[in-house]
Design a protein around this ligand. Structure first.
Ligand code: GAL
Length: 392
């Protein structure tokens, strides 16, 4: 199978945790179809942890909880497939999942076969309760082979939270994406530090195997399973989504898509942001600016303060000679976020200028030939599309 652009879909964990059911998955799939998510590219519907009974059956097979999933998994996957989606499930490399359910350690081949029989197209594979005497890489290799032997194309979403630098080896084991960080929480500090922690590693992410910085929390507003700290604002959700798009990370929605508000729905369906995320060249962005920002302090005129890692400007080469520029004010005060074209290889003397468009609003911003800075409110972002033109 070929996974040529970052996988997109929805996962039950961030909002629903243990509170999952056949009904939830069906109504979510229905809503995603009706509201245009499938057309926009969100294809995988993934059930995370907590779907099974606490024990295997007499043949050693995992058993869906009959109260949560009264029609079984095959009927549910048929429903999801009939709507045009792909169907994802979850297991774990340890002896129990993170929530304490049976897990695939030493059951890799029988579990992969079971998932294939149920029509599973995507397996998220976690790392909790892993025996300390066992070897992590080998167990991811084992599940990868088990999936290949299962007789079905199943996307392997390895999730070891960045243990042992998976960006250096997970691709070589056949995985299609790998979680590189710990769990996201629905607050600004969590998602911004997750994104920053992987800036240097996205050069190892690309076609066939993508760096996964976790499911999005866009639209959760502090409700659900990973709510911790101050809930995000609309602007912070825009920053989160813009970071994931600029980085080319998988886009697995974690909010309740049946009840997403207008702002967040428009955001995650924004065609330009999705086009940047899904660009066929799969290039990582170049860090054009990362550093301090300044602002006036509270008292005297001459008193100013700096925020050391508050500004971030990402520049990304897209296919068709197009470029994307992402500006991020990660500081808690309004600040100017710079982009000097020479930092991306376009000095003033080149005679080449950039025609700029706001990727989110579609507004034309004119032609510039040397720099384009933006003053941004705290935790806000801006994303531009750029094309080369002759300098005026
Ligand atoms: C964590 C994982 C989360 C979620 C959870 C389920 O280890 O990182 O994304 O799957 O387990 O218990």
């Amino acid at each position: 199978m070929n996974i040529l652009t970052p996988p997109m879909g929805w996962n039950s964990w961030n909002t629903f945790g243990n509170d999952i059911s056949d009904e939830l998955i069906r109504t979510t799939a229905r809503a995603m179809k009706d509201r245009g998510y499938l057309d926009a590219g969100y294809r995988y519907i993934v059930i995370d942890d907590c779907w099974s009974l606490m024990e295997r059956d007499g043949q050693g097979r995992l058993v869906p909880d009959p109260v949560k999933f009264p029609h079984g998994m095959k009927a549910l996957s048929d429903y999801v497939h009939d709507l045009g989606f792909l169907f994802g499930m979850y297991s774990c490399a340890g002896v129990r999942t993170c929530a304490g359910y049976p897990s695939s350690f030493d059951h890799e081949f029988i579990d992969a076969k079971t998932f294939a029989e149920w029509g599973v197209d995507y397996l998220k594979y976690d790392f909790c309760n892993f025996p300390s005497s066992a070897e992590g890489k080998n167990r991811y290799a084992t599940m990868s082979m088990a999936l290949k032997a299962s007789g079905r194309d199943i996307l392997f979403a390895a999730c070891n939270w960045g243990t042992d630098k998976p960006w250096q080896w997970m691709k070589s084991l056949g995985a299609h994406m790998y979680r590189s960080t710990g769990d996201i929480q629905d607050n600004f500090k969590s998602f911004s530090s997750i994104a920053l922690s992987q800036l240097d590693n996205f050069c190892m992410s690309g076609q066939e195997c993508f760096n996964d910085i976790d499911m999005l929390t866009v639209g959760m507003y502090g409700k659900g399973n990973v709510a911790l700290g101050r809930a995000c604002t609309d602007e912070e959700y825009q920053t989160q989504f813009a970071l994931w798009c600029m980085l080319g990370a998988p886009l697995m929605l974690g909010g309740d898509v049946r009840a997403m508000n207008g702002f967040c729905e428009k955001l995650v369906l924004n065609r330009n942001l999705l086009r940047i995320n899904q660009d066929s060249e799969c290039r990582p962005p170049y860090v054009a600016y990362r550093g301090r920002v300044f602002y006036n302090g509270p008292d005297a005129e001459n008193h100013w303060e700096e925020y050391p890692d508050g500004g971030l400007t990402l520049f990304r080469h897209l296919s068709g000679n197009e470029f994307a520029i992402g500006y991020f004010n990660l500081s808690p005060r309004p600040a100017e976020i710079p982009f000097t074209f020479a930092d991306a290889g376009l000095p003033y003397g080149s005679g080449v200028a950039l025609a700029l468009t706001d990727a989110i609003t579609g507004e034309e911003l004119g032609v510039r030939r040397d720099y384009c800075n933006f003053r941004l409110e705290p935790h806000c972002s801006r994303v531009l599309l750029a094309r080369m033109v002759q300098a005026p």
